[in-house]
Write a protein that binds this ligand. Structure first.
Ligand code: THG
Length: 271
């Protein structure tokens, strides 16, 4: 399972404030904590308006790259910001987060992809928005795979995102995402899958409880990667337990090792 750290996101108040006052130490501390917790990539989302986004994203990428080798997952809908940030990220195997099948976005992002280009997250949405059911989302995914492989992108560098929306808004949202994941796995073999886990719990109490359980369900349906909080030790313990239960941890070695070094110990749940 590829873990992408979610914490450097301008929608979080502490990060937005750090970006606004150019406080490199807050960003670096957040990056370090996630890397130490085992994140394979760090999501970097400036979350600022179109006039400032390129500048802010480049600043974030440069700050993080100056200290850490961890590959970045550059999170922006803006092709100019994406292109500039990718150049600054250098040759560290970044991820593009994200393209969609919306006409304008696809056309402006396709020049950034290629056979030896970065891995690409592709969201299951098009000009009509997010399809309401799994079949519709999977059809969009198939079109994205066709477009990207047509540009020479190898299928294993494509990370399809079935899209996670809050269950507080639509009680069927979790199931639709799970069904989309299953349909992608069945119909588009070779392509990888990813999701933004914490979206599931917006607006509800004890969000981390929901995030943990949703991760287990998604892993059972074959999820390959997730954007999540790697510093959430209970979530990490659940990840290890679920992988052992699914037979994805040979001789339960990772689980046993984590138990021996104390990282499965439960902490009291706060939020
Ligand atoms: N798919 C893809 N990329 C994504 C998402 C996705 N990027 C953004 C988002 N969704 C994933 N990242 C986050 C980051 C933070 C939160 C949720 C998803 C989050 N943060 C708390 C909040 O805003 O309430 C944090 C509170 C705090 O600590 O300040 O929920 O779906 N491809």
């Amino acid at each position: 399972m590829i873990m992408v750290g979610e914490l450097i996101n301008g929608s979080r108040r502490s990060i937005a404030a750090a970006i606004a006052r150019r406080d490199a130490e807050v960003i670096l501390e957040t990056a370090r904590r996630q890397a130490e917790a085992g994140a394979h990539f760090l999501d970097v989302n400036a979350g600022t308006g179109p006039e400032k986004e390129t500048e802010d994203l480049v600043w974030l990428v440069e700050i993080i790259s100056s200290e850490l080798e961890t590959p970045l997952c550059i999170d922006s809908p803006n092709p100019t910001a994406m292109k500039t940030a990718l150049e600054r990220a250098g040759d560290r195997g970044a991820m593009i987060n994200s393209i969609t099948a919306e006409t304008g976005r696809l056309d402006s992002f396709l020049p950034l992809v290629g056979s030896d280009g970065p891995r690409i997250i592709a969201l299951c949405m098009d000009d009509e928005g997010i399809p309401g059911d799994a079949q519709g989302r999977c059809r969009v995914a198939a079109r994205l795979v066709e477009q990207l492989t047509g540009r020479g992108v190898s299928v294993e560098n494509i990370y399809l995102d079935p899209l996670v929306t809050p269950v507080s808004v639509d009680g069927g949202a979790g199931r639709t995402t799970l069904e989309t994941l299953a349909a992608i796995k069945k119909n588009l073999p070779g392509a990888r899958t990813i999701c933004g886990l914490s979206n599931i719990s917006f607006g509800l109490p004890r969000r981390r409880l929901l995030n943990r359980n949703f991760l287990s369900l998604m892993l059972a349906a074959g999820l390959d990667a997730a954007i999540l909080d790697p510093t959430d030790t209970d979530l990490m313990a659940d990840l290890l337990a679920t992988r052992a239960l699914l037979g994805e941890d040979e001789h339960c070695l990772s689980y046993i090792t984590a138990s021996r070094n104390g990282s499965l110990t439960s902490r009291k749940e706060g939020t």
